[in-house]
Write a protein that binds this ligand. Structure first.
Ligand SMILES: NC(=O)c1ccc[n+]([C@@H]2O[C@H](COP(=O)([O-])OP(=O)(O)OC[C@H]3O[C@@H](n4cnc5c(N)ncnc54)[C@H](OP(=O)(O)O)[C@@H]3O)[C@@H](O)[C@H]2O)c1
Length: 274
């Protein structure tokens, strides 16, 4: 199944416990097997722990910070973050733990990777990953020590494409964050990345002969660059529509090529949004 649930919104104030549970149920109903969360997503980890207890799914989480009083972005913070996430998610072994978007100079600190690898050797984490973009992602892929990567990938954010293809060629697991580009066709960007994607959508001027949500979902999900897309939503019906779109399969080759050419036309100035 190419569709995963981005659980950034699962822990925010817009969803109460019942609504959050209904969203996770809807995801399970449409066949979602990957749920993506993080230390910084509020109630998200705790809710996934309660709703997905004993389910045969992969929960991907992230850290490096937020385990006071341990100093963030140290080996000790990784070890404590993994312990904390195991407790929140109610599992002995985490499916996937990423360093959460730290910059290159932090990523290169030897104690972080050593702490991750030690947790993997002890069986506390199945796969270790880096969630991030650009130069840090390049370094993470080239160092060969990570099992998985989570990076921006969508119609409106293709800059990570070459490095993601290299990761895939090494047999790594690749998750696409922001796969709809925050749905800019709605004209309601909720953050700076969303506003940037809206500008890009206007500049790319793609003549769409299908609903935007279908185009965006099929492009992102079936790209050779990624294994699974992490769609962020607060609404079960939106997730269900994305699932139906993904099931339709890849876009016709001509349309896929047109989308890639429209992005390339803008050269290198459109960098990946973190
Ligand atoms: N640094 C990092 O590690 C990082 C950064 C960003 C994101 N992420 C991961 O990626 C996930 C997704 O990111 P994201 O939420 O920013 O981007 P996204 O999935 O590209 O876009 C989410 C937006 O699309 C809307 N949407 C979803 N389905 C729709 C549909 N069928 N029709 C119209 N609009 C639809 C959602 O609104 P509704 O709620 O109204 O559906 C939401 O506003 C996050 O939850 C997180 O897991 C990781």
């Amino acid at each position: 199944m190419k569709l995963g649930l981005g659980c950034g919104a699962l822990g925010d104030a817009r969803l109460d416990e019942r609504q959050a549970a209904a969203l996770v149920d809807a995801a399970l109903r449409v066949g979602v097997k990957v749920f993506d969360t993080a230390r910084s997503y509020g109630e998200s980890e705790g809710r996934l722990g309660r709703f997905l207890h004993q389910r045969a799914v992969t929960i991907s989480t992230k850290g490096g910070y937020g385990v006071e009083p341990v100093r963030e972005w140290t080996g000790a913070a990784i070890t404590a973050g993994i312990e904390r996430a195991r407790h929140e998610l109610g599992v002995d072994r985490l499916g996937l733990f990423h360093l959460h978007s730290c910059p290159l100079e932090v990523l290169q600190r030897p104690d972080l990777l050593e702490a991750l690898e030690s947790a993997k050797r002890q069986g506390l984490v199945e796969r270790i990953g880096y969630a991030g973009d650009g130069a840090a992602l390049e370094w993470a892929v080239e160092c060969g020590r990570f099992d998985a990567f989570e990076a921006s990938w969508s119609v409106f954010d293709q800059a990570n494409g070459p490095v993601l293809l290299r990761a895939k060629a090494q047999g790594k697991f690749v998750l696409a964050k922001r796969p709809l580009g925050g749905a800019p066709w709605r004209g309601l960007p909720s953050d700076a990345a969303g506003a940037e994607y809206l500008r890009r959508m206007q500049a790319m001027a793609i003549d769409v002969a299908m609903p935007w949500e279908e185009l965006a979902a099929r492009f992102a999900a079936h790209a050779p660059e990624v294994d699974v897309i992490l769609v962020g939503t607060t609404r079960a019906e939106n997730l269900e529509r994305i699932a139906l779109a993904v099931e339709k399969g890849p876009l016709p080759a001509g349309l896929d090529g047109l989308i890639r050419a429209a992005f390339r036309r803008e050269g290198t100035k459109w960098t990946a949004q973190i």
